[in-house]
Design a protein. Structure first.
Length: 244
């Protein structure tokens, strides 16, 4: 998934990704496998696995695929050894872009990411050039149909959330990664269903883009996400929303 904290961007990408569902299934399966290898097969106490399973649920990944990915991570089946790498660069209008990769071939991944940045007239930078602009945050999205503002504010803030925002027809709850579990439990205990829940990278500031800049950034994100090794793309562009 790409974008910053706005659910509109996430929804936009989910819709476009319908055409490449096979790649989504593969990438989420890889994330589950790595999470199990790092923290074990029980999502209780393994936040990374918990979030990967949440992502699988949101994308309707078949249970058999999830089971195979968990077994691979637990060593029940042989599989490649992946390493995690983050690439950083600049998109249109100087937008900061970070690219999270899981790869079994560092040289291939670097060449492919660099090629995409160059192809669309952007530049790949040195490690750390834009990463400092982003902070790890927990994000919950709740439809206004599932709760009213007073209830959301009371439940989320009492559980330790940093902020509650209104984004169109949804509420967006922002937490620290440490408060993620407490807020998730509080929402569940209150019977409030979430549309989306993840720990993601949120920029400190955004760059407002016009329609042309939005189109250029979308092309860059699409091309990066089309690479097999790329798991997530984050940016600080405030894009023009698609008209419904």
């Amino acid at each position: 998934m790409s974008g910053h904290s706005k659910w509109a961007n996430i929804k936009r990408k989910k819709g476009k990704n319908d055409a490449i569902r096979g790649k989504i299934t593969t990438k989420i399966g890889r994330e589950i496998t790595i999470a199990v290898r790092m923290g074990g097969p029980d999502p209780v106490g393994n936040m990374r696995l918990k979030l990967a399973l949440q992502k699988a649920k949101e994308n309707n990944i078949p249970k058999d695929n999830i089971k195979r990915a968990i077994q691979k991570g637990a060593g029940a089946t042989e599989g490649q050894n992946y390493e995690e790498i983050t690439y950083e660069g600049y998109g249109p209008a100087g937008v900061a872009v970070t690219v999270n990769v899981l790869t079994d071939n560092r040289n291939r991944a670097a060449a492919e990411v660099r090629h995409v940045f160059s192809k669309y007239g952007n530049s790949l930078g040195e490690t750390g050039c834009v990463g400092w602009m982003f902070k790890s945050k927990g994000i919950f999205v709740v439809s206004k149909e599932n709760a009213d503002e007073d209830q959301i504010m009371e439940v989320a803030l009492e559980a330790g959330a940093d902020d509650v925002k209104t984004e169109g027809e949804e509420f967006e709850i922002v937490t620290t990664p440490e408060a993620f579990d407490d807020v998730e439990k509080a929402l569940a205990d209150a019977g409030i269903e979430t549309e989306h829940a993840s720990i993601t990278m949120v920029p400190d500031n955004t760059i407002t883009l016009d329609a042309e800049g939005t189109e250029k950034l979308e092309k860059l994100i699409d091309a990066l996400e089309d690479l097999d090794d790329v798991q997530d793309v984050y940016h600080n562009g405030d894009m023009v929303e698609d008209e419904e």
